[in-house]
Every structure is written in C-alpha cells, then in structure tokens.
Design a protein around this ligand. Structure first.
Ligand code: URP
Ligand code: ZN
Ligand code: ZN
Ligand code: ZN
Length: 515
C-alpha cells in the first residue's frame, strides 16, 4: 500500500496530547498515527521531515467576514472568498505578492487557517435565509480553504424562523444575531424568538453583545460636543455597554435554556459575567480575538485619521491589565475559542473606504461613519502562538484556535484534531522560536485585499513552514510560498455542537412548561 504523504519526526500537538509521532496520509485523511520512527519506511509519494517542528491540526477560524454588503455602517468587505482565504506569508513571498495586483488569478499564498466559518448575512429586506445561503455558496466557490457559514439573522419573521430546520438539513448549525447596529439589531423579544427556534433545531446562537441604544445615545452626546475623531469610537462604547448586553444575553439564554456563544469579548467585566454563568453550569460559550490581546484604546488615538484603522466593536480596551484579563480567560477556559473577526475594509479608498468620511468640515472624519472591523485572518495564529506558547502552552493554543471551534460548530473530528481514520489531513507545521528567522508583520507580505494591518511592524517568532489541507500541501515556505490552488476549498456540512447543550429540563429559567 502506498500513502500520499508522510509527515515524520515532528512533535505532534493536539488539544489533549503532545508527543513525537509519525503521520501517514491517504485519500485526504489521516490514515495512521504512530510513534516516531515507525512509519518512516512506508511507501509514500512524498515525505515531509518535520524534525524539530510542531505538527498541529489545521487552524479553524470560526469568525470571518468575507464578501458582505455594507451592514456595519459604510463600506463593503474588501475581501472576497478568493483573497480572504489566501492566507500565508513569508519573506520569500514578496515577489509573488507584488504580482497579485495585476494577476488576481495567480495564487500567491496558501491556507492558514485551513478552515473558516464565514457569515451568510441576511439584510432586513431579505425574506429568506435559504436564498441568502444559496447566494453565499455561489460567492464562496473560489476558496483556497475549506469553509462553512453561520447564518446572520437580522429579521426573524415567522417565515424566517420556520427555515431553521431546513438550514440544519443543509449542514448549517449556527446563527449570529446582533444587539447593536441599526441594520441588524434585534429587540429582546426577537432574540427570544430566535433562541427558542434555535433550541428546537439544535442550533448554536452567536450573539454580538453591545447595547445599541445606549451606544447610539452616547454617540449623539459626543457629537453634540463636536467630538468626532476616531478615538471617540471607544468613548462611545465603554465596557458597561458590552457588560450590560452580555449579562442580558446570558439571561435570555437561561430563560430558553439554550447554548449561546458571546462573540468577540473585549471587556474583563463582561468576561466575569460569562465565567459566573459558566460556573452555574449554564451553556454559555465565549470568543475573544487578537485585537483584544494586542491593541489598546491608544491605537485609536493616532494623528489625523490613522486611528480609524483600529476601529472595531467592541473597541480595544484601556491597557495591559485588560489584556492580562483576556489572556487569563483563555487559559482558565472562560473563552472557548479565539477567532480573528476578520472584517476587512480598505483605508485609502475614496469611494467606500474609511477615508470617505473625511470632509472639509470634518477633517478628522466622524467616528460614527467608520466601518467597524479590522483585518486579521492571516495574523491570528502567528501573533497568538508567539505570546501564547508560554502563556497558554501548546495544547491550549491548539484547543482555542482549532479544536474547540470544530467541536462547538459541528466540524469535529473531521476538523480540529488528528484522529486516524476520522480527521481530514489538515496540518499546520511550525518551528519553535529561534529555529526559523523571526518575521516582522508587514502588510506588503499579507494576502488579504486590505491596505493596512493593525499589527504593522510587530515581530512574531513563528511562521508556518508547511500547511496541509486534506493531504495537499498548500503552503511551503521553502518552495517560495503558495502551492495550493484556488477553488480547492470545499463547503463542509456541519453537524450539531459536540459541547454541552441545554440542561435538558425542557424549559429554562421560566416557570412555564412545554415550550
Ligand atoms: O467591529 C467589528 N467587530 N466588525 C465586524 C462585525 C461584527 O460585529 O462582528
Ligand atoms: Zn459582531
Ligand atoms: Zn465579526
Ligand atoms: Zn515570541
């Protein structure tokens, strides 16, 4: 028997185990996993010697915005499914990257993460989630990496709610709803409608927890004092705006008795409410993002309009104590997953980008018109591994960047681990700091379609040497970068969450039976 690929001599790291193993891959799957030295003699088309390296399951980024209409204020997503899934970079990629602008068909990078879950966004005027799903499938067929979608529900009419079971049949087991943004915000009764229908269908609901009414009021107050600069975005969304909404989301979930995931948590006090709920045994899950570990409010306070580059919601918090609290939440399990919330907008784009909000009257723009969101799909893993190797350990890093996302969103064990006979052969191979040249983040080397990165100039010790998707090498640092193909990425039908669900009482914290 001949294998397609052997990966030998590496230190294999999963969320549960670390050890020296050899891996044999056949027909896109992990076929064998055996102690180091035992598979080296097998016949195979290709052998990768990962001596000295870390071999991890492919990353799963469960929060990526691609090719979306302008729902978060002005501005359309700068990345489509092609550019947004072209994920790798290295010093050697420079020349290729320069060519990308004229030859968009030329693949210039490979996949890291190897799978992402993006959004299929319903506008309030879209009457059907199934047609939104259909349209998103068409957009996604150029992906380099595997993908699935969360349905973004902005108008939960009875007809829309009645489509949830059909979504499950089509492999969609999660939704996102919003407590803010005019175009998306739901009232509490609408949230209850969604949660109830989600529970009936075994769907996990992601909630953007910020109090939209309060932050709109605060924005008006700031504007009435002529405070328009990007830094006031953070002033308009203090921690209490996030904390109140988080607490309310937990209460709504507990009434229905259904699992929710609070997305992109930035506030230590919101995290404390989440931890309290988890301690009571409620199925409350939470996500954080690199921007809440590495950026602060002062990044919004740069000269001129520069601060707009770091405007996201919730905003980066005050300083290193907040970052410490978020790291602590990752290591103690308050945060289930770490995603990028890649939400790409072009800065220097006269028509739709962030500059469009500048005028003679408002030379520093008005923060209320800055589209919310930062790019980060390519920098997520290297940034977090660099700091997180010591703070979290390697297994916890794999758990929060891959395994838990796969478990929570119904991709496990196909994605998120390295189980022989069960898992796709998705691997990311790294070297410990010092073994390969360190890398300084430079937007010119990134492959998204955005003209900046919030992390410009930051040094990261690690950069993947190989990434492998379903047995195919997508990125090879030693071979000049990308070797993967556009369109190789496949839609992955998802099952239900493998994490704890409702407490099974048939009702939540509401003394009425039978709903
Ligand atoms: O500022 C952010 N997070 N923009 C992306 C949209 C969202 O709410 O996730
Ligand atoms: Zn959000
Ligand atoms: Zn988002
Ligand atoms: Zn480092």
């Amino acid at each position: 028997e001949s294998y397609d690929l052997l990966v030998i001599n590496g230190l294999v790291v999963t969320a549960s185990d670390i050890g020296h193993f050899d891996i044999a891959i056949k027909d896109e799957k992990i076929a064998l996993l055996a102690p180091k030295g035992s598979l080296a003699e097998l016949a195979a088309k290709r052998v990768i010697d990962a001596e000295g390296g870390y071999v991890m399951p492919g990353g799963v980024d469960a929060h990526v915005h691609l090719d979306e209409p302008p729902l978060f204020g002005k501005g359309r997503s700068a990345d489509n499914y092609e550019t947004g899934t072209l994920y790798l970079l290295s010093k050697t990629i420079r020349a290729l990257n320069a060519r990308k602008r004229q030859e968009p068909d030329q693949p210039s990078a490979a996949a890291q993460p190897q799978s992402s879950v993006t959004f299929a966004p319903q506008s309030k005027s879209d009457p059907s989630l199934l047609s939104v799903l259909q349209q998103t499938h068409v957009k996604a067929n150029q992906s380099y990496t595997d993908y699935s979608f969360h349905l973004l529900v902005s108008n939960p009419t009875p007809d829309v709610l009645s489509e949830f079971s059909a979504l499950r049949e089509r492999g969609i087991s999660s939704l996102k709803i919003y407590m803010t943004y005019e175009a998306l915000q739901l009232r509490d009764d609408q949230i209850l409608d969604v949660l109830l229908e989600a529970r009936k269908n075994g769907i996990t609901t992601m909630i953007h927890a910020e109090n939209g009414d309060v932050l709109t009021w605060m924005t008006e107050q700031l504007e009435s004092r002529e405070l328009y600069a990007p830094k006031y975005h953070a002033t308009s969304r203090p921690q209490i705006v996030e904390t109140e909404a988080t607490n309310r989301a937990i209460a709504l979930s507990s009434i229905i008795d259904t699992p929710i995931l609070i997305v992109h948590v930035s506030s230590p006090s919101a995290a404390a409410h989440i931890r309290h709920a988890q301690t009571k045994g409620l199925p409350i899950y939470a996500e954080t993002c690199p921007q809440y570990l590495f950026l602060t409010r002062s990044d919004l306070d740069k000269p001129g309009f520069e601060g707009a580059k770091c405007v996201c919601s919730p905003p980066p918090r005050e300083g290193s104590e907040d970052h410490e609290a978020i790291w602590r939440g990752l290591s103690n399990g308050t945060f289930t997953i770490l995603s990028s919330d890649h939400c790409p907008f072009v800065y220097n784009d006269g028509e739709v980008g962030k500059k469009s909000v500048l005028s003679e009257r408002y030379p520093e723009g008005r923060f209320r018109y800055i589209p919310n969101g930062c790019p980060g799909v390519e920098t997520r893993l290297p940034l977090v591994l660099c700091e997180g190797e010591k703070r979290l350990g390697l297994s916890k890093f794999v758990e929060v960047t891959s395994t838990n996302a796969a478990k929570l969103y119904g991709l496990y064990p196909k994605k998120g681990t390295i189980l022989a006979g069960l898992s796709d052969a998705d691997l990311c191979i790294w070297y410990p700091e010092g073994k390969l040249e360190p890398w300084r983040v430079n937007n010119g080397q990134l492959h998204h379609n955005v003209d900046y990165t919030p992390y410009e100039g930051r040094e990261v010790g690690n950069w993947p040497r190989w990434t492998i998707l379903r047995g195919k090498v997508m990125w090879a640092r030693d071979e000049g970068g990308v070797v993967g193909e556009k369109g190789f990425g496949e839609f992955v039908e998802r099952g239900g969450s493998r994490m704890a669900g409702s407490r099974g009482r048939g009702r939540g914290d509401w003394e009425v039976q039978g709903f």
